[in-house]
Design a protein around this ligand. Structure first.
Ligand SMILES: Nc1ncnc2c1ncn2[C@@H]1O[C@H](COP(=O)(O)OP(=O)(O)O)[C@@H](O)[C@H]1O
Ligand SMILES: [Mg+2]
Length: 652
């Protein structure tokens, strides 16, 4: 028991009170006793002395020593604390004494009554202790003095005995008081101790404990308040636990549906998770088809697909599921008898007797329905579960929406890729056609024209100098136009690419474009002895062409280094310049305004080949364009040339 406890304190107060009262009383009694005992002692001494001096004055006067001795011895026998008696005659001589060897020195003078006065009492300190000495004059001192000595020690012994008795009594009373204090404390604090025990249980987390409502009114009030508090605590703890469970369920679903954007994976994972959370074994998900409102089976677990098809899908018969779809709230369908479709399945033994239907919603659109099969027992049908399932339905609905959007995006992306591919090949085809046209029609015509000018020139007489010089300038103009036409043909579709392949075409383009601008070109190749497929060569050529054209147009470079290499089935090309560089992000941001279309075209072409493009540029520090594409199948040179023979434009 702790010294701070109430029981201890009550007991301590009682003990302290008893001790104070007991000891105080004892002290008071002892002082009274001492006083009375001293008075008694003195009175007895005086009585003895008076008896001798008054009753037996005659014997003293006549010196009847024998009688006096007898008397003195009687007194000595009857009073154990009587130390001595002696009688002096008028002359101060000792008549009778109890001292066998005479009076001790100084005793006679220790108490001498005044002549004519009464008796006199003196306290004498002797080696035997304090002695009350009474000197009683006989016949007013004329016949002598009777001296009686009584030992005080007896008085003290008696007083001490009495005191001890009182102390013992005090001790007993104190012990009884302490016991009573403990008993009273225990009685008063028992309900509190019980309450403390329950509080400790509550602190350990056991909220089912109830305090007994008993004891004093205050304790009852306390117990009632305590019980109300634990009830409130238990309710809020249950609520918290439930919330926590709900949140972790929602979180588990979020994790499950977040793992993929593929519809089948998302729905399969979501259904499996919901069944696991609800401790069920079977369920399925219907999705509402856009447009016609038909339900199609999108995921299932624990039920055979044969059971569904074709009976469930497409049935337009009204059913409870339809109502749930409309209400948007999860609901328990107590009996499959309610559902014309499920009834058939239940009869086939494939389903339980009831199911919970959960609409899958995104915003205010209902996208489908999740049905969870249960068998009456373990139905997750209480209000909380239905609320949780409704929230889960929302989550899955959003995932369904995302998966749909993703599918749509993928589809659109594939379409776009296809379109870009078609555009690019149409563009190439058109360029090739125009190049061929230019070559076959205009270049041939210009060549013929220039030949006929030369013939005319030769046929001209020498004296027609002015006309001749005019012809000369027409010839020069024609030749320049022919050159420009060839340049145009080459820009449109360099025959060198078709004839000799990527590396010579790139070399030719770089040198013919950049060297006139004073840019030195360094080309390095590795592993590119064989020809690549025409589409690959064309695409790579166009990408490198754009990179080189950009250098010519924007870079103000002095050196350009090109590296083409083929290793492990991948073609890598790197075009690096030491020009002024640019802010790639800024260009990308301004794509909408038309700037950056060249870079975008490069990106598109590389992506169509399943490759990657990287552009690194820092203003003031040059630009590096790097591409890597898988080469797919390689085409050997002869067959490729053979294939291309008809459509190739030739110079000359
Ligand atoms: N090698 C380069 N050096 C410096 N600036 C460049 C280089 N390549 C591209 N740029 C910058 O990027 C911009 C976008 O290039 P591009 O998409 O090819 O468009 P365009 O060539 O039609 O301007 C260019 O306008 C230019 O400012
Ligand atoms: Mg450009």
């Amino acid at each position: 028991m702790h010294w701070k406890s109430l029981r201890f304190r009550i007991a301590a107060v009682i003990v302290a009170l008893t001790l104070v009262l007991g000891l105080g009383g004892t002290l008071r009694a002892r002082s009274d006793l001492t006083r009375i005992a001293h008075e008694e002692l003195e009175k007895r001494g005086v009585t003895i002395a008076r008896d001798l001096a008054v009753q037996h004055a005659d014997q003293i006067l006549v010196n009847d020593i024998y009688t006096l001795y007898t008397l003195v011895n009687d007194f000595l026998l009857n009073n154990p604390d009587l130390r001595y008696i002696f009688i002096l005659d008028a002359q101060g001589r000792v008549l009778v004494t109890t001292f066998p060897d005479g009076l001790p020195a100084g005793l006679r003078q220790a108490n001498v009554p005044s002549p004519g006065g009464g008796y006199q009492v003196r306290r004498l300190r002797t080696t035997e202790g304090v002695i009350y000495d009474i000197a009683m004059p006989v016949a007013e001192g004329r016949a002598g003095v009777v001296r009686v000595g009584l030992l005080e020690a007896q008085v003290w012994a008696q007083v001490n005995r009495q005191t001890l008795g009182l102390l013992a009594l005090t001790g007993i009373v104190t012990l009884l008081g302490a016991a009573a204090g403990f008993a009273l404390g225990t009685f008063l604090t028992r309900p509190l101790s019980e309450l403390v025990g329950i509080t400790q249980a509550v602190a350990r987390g056991d909220l089912r404990q109830k305090a007994a409502v008993k004891g004093s009114e205050e304790v009852e009030q306390l117990a009632l308040a305590f019980n109300r508090m634990t009830e409130a605590l238990a309710t809020s703890r249950d609520e918290l636990l439930r919330r926590n469970e709900e949140l972790s369920a929602l979180n588990a679903i979020a994790v499950a549906v977040g793992q993929s954007l593929e519809m089948d994976t998302v729905l399969g994972a979501a259904l499996a998770k919901v069944l696991e959370l609800m401790k069920l074994h079977a369920g399925w998900i219907f999705l509402l088809e856009d447009g016609d409102g038909r339900l199609t089976l999108a995921a299932r677990q624990g039920v055979n697909a044969d059971l569904f098809l074709p009976r469930l899908e497409g049935s337009s018969e009204p059913c409870v599921c339809q109502r749930i779809l409309q209400s948007g709230q999860a609901r328990l369908v107590e009996s499959v008898e309610d559902c014309p479709r499920l009834k058939q399945l239940a009869n086939n033994g494939g389903l339980g007797t009831c199911h919970v239907s959960v609409p899958l919603r995104s915003g205010d659109r209902v996208l489908g329905l999740m049905n969870l099969v249960c068998n009456g027992e373990g139905c997750p049908s209480n209000e909380q579960n239905l609320r949780l399932l409704t929230a889960i339905g929302h989550q899955i609905g959003v995932a369904v929406e995302n998966a749909r959007l993703y599918r749509e995006l993928q589809h659109k992306e594939a379409l776009r890729g296809e379109l870009v591919k078609k555009l690019i090949s149409a563009q190439e085809e058109e360029r090739r056609r125009i190049a061929r046209e230019l070559h076959d029609q205009y270049a041939q015509a210009l060549t013929a024209l220039s030949m006929s000018i030369e013939a005319t020139e030769r046929a001209f007489p020498e004296n027609q100098a002015p006309l001749k010089s005019q012809l000369e300038s027409i010839k020069t103009l024609t030749a320049r136009t022919l050159d420009q036409t060839y340049d145009l043909i080459f820009d449109l579709r360099p025959t060198i690419l078709d004839d000799l392949g990527l590396v010579p075409a790139v070399r030719w383009y770089a040198e013919s474009r950049l060297e006139p601008l004073g840019v030195s070109v360094h080309l390095e190749t590795e592993g590119l002895q064989e020809r690549l497929s025409p589409e690959l060569e064309t695409a790579c050529y166009r990408v490198i062409q754009e990179a080189l054209l950009n250098i010519a147009k924007h870079a103000r470079a002095r050196h350009v280094s090109i590296r083409l290499s083929l290793a492990q089935g991948r073609l890598q090309a790197r075009v690096e310049d030491d020009g002024q560089g640019f802010d790639l992000e800024a260009v990308r941001r301004s794509t909408a305004s038309g700037r950056g279309m060249g870079l975008l075209g490069m990106q598109e072409r590389v992506e169509l080949l399943g490759g990657i493009l990287r552009i690194d540029s820092v203003p003031g520090h040059g630009t590096r364009v790097w591409i890597e594409v898988p080469i797919g199948h390689q085409v050997d040179k002869e067959s490729y040339q053979h294939e291309q023979a008809d459509s190739r434009p030739h110079r000359g």
